[in-house]
Design a protein. Structure first.
Lengths: 486, 203
C-alpha cells in the first residue's frame, strides 16, 4: 500500500502532530503574548482532526502493515477525545487569568494537542508497539500538564506523583508486553489472539507466561484508566492539578484508556475471555465500591469528582465484562455520556471563585448556591443526579445499558452487585445537591465567563432528559463501532 | 572454541565488574567499573552477531552516559587531594583495566572473524547476508515508520516539558548586544577635555 493512502487513514494524528509542531514554533517566537491565538488555533486544529475522521480514517482498515487500525471503534473514541480536548483548551485561559501565580503559557494548548495525538494512536493501536508509544505520548504530556502551575506546590506535587506512579505503571505494562511478545512471538493483536486461541490457558498444561502477560497488561491499563486497585494516584493528582487540566484528565485520557482496554481485551486477548473477565469483574466492582465509599468523607469537590471518575470507570468496565458487541457498545455509550457529565461538572467547579477571583474548592462553599446562582445550582444538580444515575436523566440510560449488556451476557450477580453499590454512590452526589439547596448561603461567587456558561448549558441539555432524543443515533453509532472489533 | 572462550571471558568480566560497581567505595571507581561492564557487554553482543547493539553500547553508554555519570559523580563532595595521593597506588589498577580492555578487543575481533556463536533458535531469523545495521534501518524506516515518528513526538514532548517546567524569564540580566556595540561610535563614547589646572574633571 502506498504511503498516501496510509497517511490518509492516520490523517487525524498527522493533522494533530503537524499542527502542534507549527503552533510550538509560533509559541517559541510569539512568547506568552501569543497564548490566546495559539489556543484558538489549537481548537481549530482539533476541529480539523475531527473533520478528518470522515473518510478513510474511520473506515480504511489497517495501515502501516497492521500497526494502526482505522475503524469505526477508533473513530467514535476519537470524536469524544477531540471534543474533550477542545473543551479543556477553551476553559483554560479564564482560569489562569484569574488565578494568582502562573499565567497560561502557549505550551498548554500545544501539549494538549500532542496528548490528543497520543490518544489517537492509543485507540487505533493494532499492535503492542503502537499501544505503548501512544500511551507514553499521552502520559508524558499529561505529567507536564499536571504540574503546569509551577508556583503552586500542590500542582508540582501532583505532577511528580503522577510521573512516578505513571512510570511504574508503564513498567508493569511493558513487562506484560514483553511476556506476551515472548510467549506469542508477535506484537500484533491478531497474531496474539491466534496464539491465545492455540495455547491452553486452563488445566495442567496451561501457559503461565501468557497468563502472567495478560495480568500485567491489564494491570498497566487499569492504572491508566484509574480502576481499583490501581487508583491511588487519582485523588491527589486530580486535586493538585489546575482545574482545566483535571477536567482534561477526567475526560479525554479516560476515554482513550478505556477504549484501549476494550480493544486489547477483545482484539488481542479475545480467546482468553474467561481469564480477563475475572480481572475486569473484580476491577469493576472494586472501583464502584471504593469510588462510592471513599468519596463520602471528601471535603474538596475535585477530590470528590476524582472518586466519582473511579466509580464511573467501574460502571464502564461492567459493559466490557459482558464481552459481547452489545457490551462494548454500552461501554462507548457510557463514555460518551460520562464525558458530557464530567466536563459539565468541572466547568461548574471552574465557576467556584471568591470575590477576588481565586478558586475555592470546598464543597461547603457551595452552600445555598440555589439562592445566589440558581442557574449554576440547577446545572450542577443535573450533573450530580445524572452521575448518580437517577432515572429521568441521561446518566441513568448509560448505566442501564451496561447493566442490560451484563444481564444479557448472563452476568446476573455482577449486575445485582453493581446496582446495589451504585446506591451507595448516590449518597455523596445527593450530599452536594443538599448543600446547594438546603444549606444557608455563604459568600457569593464572582461572575463567570460567558463561553463557559454556554458550555455548561450545552452539557446540561445533553445530560437532561432531552438527551434521550439522541438515543437512536447514539445506539446505532456505538453498535456499529463495537462491531468493528468483533 | 575461541568463541566459547571469549564468551566466558566477557561474561565473567561483566559479572565481576558489575559486582565491583556496587561494591567499590569510591564513586569514581564505580563508574570506571561500570564502563568496563559496558565494554564487556558490548563484546557479548558482538559474539551473538548484534554488532549494531555492541556499537551502541560503546558509543552511547560508554561514550555519553558513563561520561555524564562521571561528571555527576565528580560534582559530589570528594576529597580530590586524597584521590590524587593515591594516584601511584591506583595507576597499576588503571593500567590493568586498560590492558584488559585492549586484550578483550583483540579477542573479540578474533572470535568474531571466526564466526558467531550458534544460537539455539531465533524468534525472527535475520537474513545472514544483510548486516544488522541495515536490517534495523529497514525495519525502523519502513515497517515501523509510524511508531518511529511517534517516538520522535514523545521526545519532543519531553523537551517541551523540560522547558515548560524549568525555564523562567530572568529579568535584570544584562545580555551582550553585539549590534549595539558595533554601532557605537568613538565620538559618542569618548570626549576630549582639557581641564583647567585646579578645576578637576567633570564627568
Amino acid at each position: 500500500m502506498d504511503y498516501a493512502s496510509q497517511l490518509a487513514m492516520t490523517l487525524p494524528e498527522v493533522i494533530l502532530a503537524v499542527g502542534s509542531i507549527v503552533l510550538m514554533l509560533v509559541a517559541a517566537w510569539g512568547g506568552p503574548a501569543s497564548t490566546k491565538a495559539v489556543s484558538w488555533a489549537a481548537v481549530a486544529v482539533l476541529a480539523g482532526a475531527l473533520i478528518a475522521l470522515v473518510g478513510p480514517a474511520t473506515s480504511g482498515g489497517e495501515a502501516f502493515g497492521g500497526l494502526y487500525r482505522a475503524d469505526g471503534f477508533a473513530g467514535f473514541a476519537k470524536v469524544l477525545i477531540f471534543i474533550a480536548a477542545a473543551v479543556a483548551i477553551v476553559m483554560a485561559p479564564d482560569f489562569f487569568a484569574r488565578t494568582a501565580g502562573d499565567n497560561l503559557r502557549p505550551e498548554y494548548p500545544v501539549l494538549i494537542l500532542l496528548s490528543a495525538a497520543g490518544m489517537g494512536m492509543m485507540v487505533s493501536a493494532a499492535d503492542l508497539l503502537t499501544l505503548y508509544v501512544g500511551l507514553e505520548l499521552q502520559s508524558l504530556s499529561a505529567y507536564v500538564l499536571a504540574s503546569f502551575m509551577r508556583q503552586d506546590a500542590r500542582s508540582a506535587e501532583a505532577g511528580l506523583k503522577y510521573f512516578v506512579l505513571g512510570a511504574l505503571a508503564s513498567g508493569i505494562l511493558l513487562y506484560g508486553i514483553s511476556l506476551v511478545y515472548g510467549f506469542t512471538g508477535s506484537t500484533m493483536f491478531n497474531e496474539i489472539a491466534g496464539a491465545y486461541a492455540a495455547t491452553p490457558l486452563t488445566g495442567d498444561a496451561k501457559s503461565y507466561g501468557l497468563l502472567f502477560g495478560l495480568v500485567f497488561v491489564f494491570a498497566g491499563l487499569a492504572f491508566k484508566m484509574s480502576a481499583v486497585p490501581f487508583h491511588m494516584w487519582t485523588p491527589d493528582v486530580y486535586e493538585g492539578a489546575p482545574t482545566p487540566v483535571t477536567a482534561f484528565f477526567a475526560s479525554a485520557p479516560k476515554v482513550a484508556s478505556v477504549a484501549l482496554g476494550v480493544r486489547v481485551a477483545v482484539e488481542a486477548m479475545g480467546p482468553a475471555e474467561g481469564q480477563w473477565r475475572q480481572i475486569v469483574i473484580f476491577a469493576a466492582l472494586a472501583s464502584i465500591l471504593l469510588g462510592a465509599v471513599a468519596a463520602i468523607g471528601q471535603q474538596n469537590i475535585k477530590r470528590l469528582l476524582a472518586y466519582s471518575s473511579i466509580n464511573n470507570v467501574g460502571f464502564a468496565l461492567i459493559g466490557l465484562a459482558a464481552g459481547t458487541p452489545e457490551g462494548v457498545a454500552s461501554v462507548l455509550n457510557y463514555m460518551a455520556i460520562y464525558i458530557a457529565m464530567t466536563l459539565g461538572s468541572f466547568l461548574v467547579v471552574l465557576q467556584m471563585r471568591d470575590h477576588e477571583g481565586q478558586p475555592v474548592e470546598t464543597i461547603a462553599s457551595l452552600s445555598g448556591l440555589s439562592r445566589t446562582r440558581p442557574g449554576l445550582a440547577a446545572a450542577l444538580a443535573i450533573f450530580m443526579f445524572s452521575l448518580a444515575g437517577i432515572p429521568p436523566l441521561f446518566g441513568f440510560y448509560a448505566k442501564f445499558e451496561v447493566f442490560y449488556a451484563a444481564v444479557q451476557a448472563g452476568l446476573f450477580p455482577l449486575a445485582v452487585f453493581g446496582i446495589a453499590f451504585s446506591v451507595i454512590g448516590a449518597y455523596y452526589y445527593l450530599r452536594v445537591i443538599k448543600t446547594m439547596y438546603f444549606d444557608e448561603p455563604v459568600a457569593e461567587f464572582g461572575r463567570g465567563y460567558a463561553l463557559e456558561g454556554g458550555l455548561i448549558a450545552v452539557a446540561a441539555v445533553i445530560v437532561s432528559p432531552l438527551g434521550y432524543l439522541a438515543i437512536p443515533l447514539l445506539s446505532g453509532w456505538t453498535l456499529a463501532a463495537a462491531r468493528a472489533l468483533f | 572454541m575461541i568463541q566459547a572462550l571469549a564468551f566466558y571471558l566477557f561474561a565473567l568480566v561483566v559479572l565481576l565488574s558489575g559486582a565491583m560497581t556496587i561494591l567499590s567505595r569510591n564513586p569514581v571507581h564505580s563508574v570506571l567499573w561500570l564502563i568496563l561492564a559496558f565494554f564487556n557487554a558490548a563484546g557479548l553482543m558482538v559474539l551473538v552477531g548484534a554488532e549494531f547493539i555492541a556499537m551502541l553500547l560503546v558509543i552511547v553508554y560508554v561514550g555519553a552516559v558513563a561520561v555524564l555519570f562521571l561528571f555527576v559523580v565528580m560534582m559530589l563532595d570528594i576529597d580530590f587531594a586524597e584521590l590524587r595521593a593515591g594516584f601511584v597506588r591506583y595507576a597499576a589498577l588503571g593500567l590493568l583495566l586498560a590492558v584488559a580492555l585492549v586484550a578483550e578487543i583483540l579477542i573479540g575481533v578474533g572470535a568474531w572473524s571466526a564466526g558467531g556463536i550458534d544460537l539455539a533458535r531465533r524468534a525472527a531469523p535475520t537474513d545472514a547476508g544483510v548486516p544488522n545495521i541495515e536490517a534495523i534501518g529497514q525495519l525502523l524506516y519502513t515497517r515501523y515508520l509510524f511508531i518511529f515518528e511517534g517516538a520522535g513526538l514523545v521526545l519532543l514532548v519531553a523537551m517541551i516539558g523540560a522547558i515548560v517546567l524549568t525555564h523562567r524569564e530572568r529579568s535584570g540580566s544584562r545580555y551582550q548586544n553585539i549590534a549595539r556595540q558595533n554601532a557605537r561610535r568613538p565620538q559618542d563614547a569618548t570626549r576630549n577635555v582639557r581641564p583647567e589646572i585646579g578645576q578637576g574633571v567633570q564627568l
